[in-house]
Design a protein around this ligand. Structure first.
Ligand code: SF4
Ligand code: SF4
Length: 159
């Protein structure tokens, strides 16, 4: 993780213009995360709140390289993570009221993972509100793809 962070920070420091472009994309992603929040509250949280077997384990909560690009690009502090914890133990960010992290501070896989029960609910949803949720999720994925592509191009010029 330290070497990944060094790589990302070095790249952003070397090319301020590219770092600014990454900031623009990551800020857009933050905006989409905020827009998504009420939909998560309505569509997902009712399930997760009463879930007898939460899927939140440490290995899901841990950020991957692309998450680190996003968090650095928008200047967010990285969450402290205890690496001594077992991968399969309950996630260290899971509190009695659910995840303690803001949505955009979680790993991307946490936002995109839906268990079968939640997916079944989605199948029966055709409301305009749900369509908007779906649209925002895809918009988020598209901006993230742009962010990663931009970072890769920045890195290839430095390598
Ligand atoms: S996504 Fe599904 S398995 Fe995970 S906490 Fe929510 S209801 Fe439980
Ligand atoms: S949603 Fe939160 S508590 Fe669950 S795995 Fe992700 S970071 Fe951990």
């Amino acid at each position: 993780m330290e070497s990944a962070l060094r790589k990302i920070r070095r790249a952003m420091k070397c090319d301020r213009e590219a770092a600014r472009a990454l900031l623009v994309i990551s800020s857009k992603m933050e905006g989409i995360y905020s827009e998504l929040e009420p939909y998560f509250r309505d569509y997902i949280e009712p399930f997760c709140k009463n879930c007898p077997t939460p899927c939140c384990v440490n290995r899901h909560g841990f950020p991957d390289f692309e998450d680190l690009i996003f968090l650095n690009a928008c200047g967010r502090n990285l969450n402290e993570f205890d690496f001594a914890c077992a991968d399969t133990d309950m996630c260290q960010y899971l509190g009695s009221n659910g995840c303690r992290l803001a949505r955009c501070a979680r790993s991307y896989r946490c936002t995109w993972y839906f268990c079968d029960e939640v997916l079944d609910r989605f199948e029966s949803e055709h409301s305009a509100s749900f369509m908007k949720f779906d649209e925002l999720m895809h918009k988020l994925a598209s901006e993230r793809a742009k962010l990663i592509k931009k970072f890769e191009s920045l890195w290839s010029h430095l390598a």
